[in-house]
Design a protein around this ligand. Sequence first.
Ligand code: PEP
Length: 250
Amino acid sequence: MRQPLVAGNWKMNGSRESVAALLEGLKAGIGQVGKAEVAVCPPSIFIPQVEEALRGTPIAWGGQDVSTEASGAYTGEISASMLLDFGCAYAIVGHSERRTLHCESDELVARKFAAARGAGLKPILCVGETLEEREQGVTEQVCARQIDAVLDREGVAALADAVIAYEPVWAIGTGKVASPEQAQEVHAFIRGRIAARDAGVAEGLRILYGGSMKPDNAAELLAKPDIDGGLIGGASLKAGDFLGICLAAN
Ligand code: PEP
């Protein structure tokens, strides 16, 4: 039985004050969230503040990105061991905004995955197609290519400690959510692809849906057999909305 995971991706949002208020709201409501594991991924500058506030609570935290390198002359980068040092459990890799805006290739994402995992973080590997790719009917090929870059480099066993987030790019931040059937179809494809290499790893792997998930559409998405939680952008910035999604995962 896979424990659902609901992870918030705060992206580049927040201030000391708003982060403190959000964390207070999450702490106040987390007691009602029984089953799901909950995590937040703040901008890295807020990680010490998040660590201070969440240490000793059931809420985990992680980075939104991680360097491929361990240390050295890489201005602006943050290494996996630094994230670990500040209590992070997770690191998102390959978010579509990084693939698009920062030109991150499948190969680079696979190296980030390896760096995160090598340091003891659980990577959350984001995959998903653009609208154009969906319309061309190549959704499965795109997801397969993005996942295979990691599998071919790290081997299927590397996914045992990892999470995959299926995030159709056309649904991210647009308010256009994939239908539960559309999402389930791709999630089942992803699990099947991994099962072809290792059925046990595939069975245990949590595959999150991401893309305009909100409290009012979460329950029907999360009811699907291969949707094991959510990666939440906009709705993770309001404690009530985020907790509403966490409750729907119960
Ligand atoms: C995301 O960026 O990972 C995401 C799912 O964003 P949103 O929920 O805002 O669509």
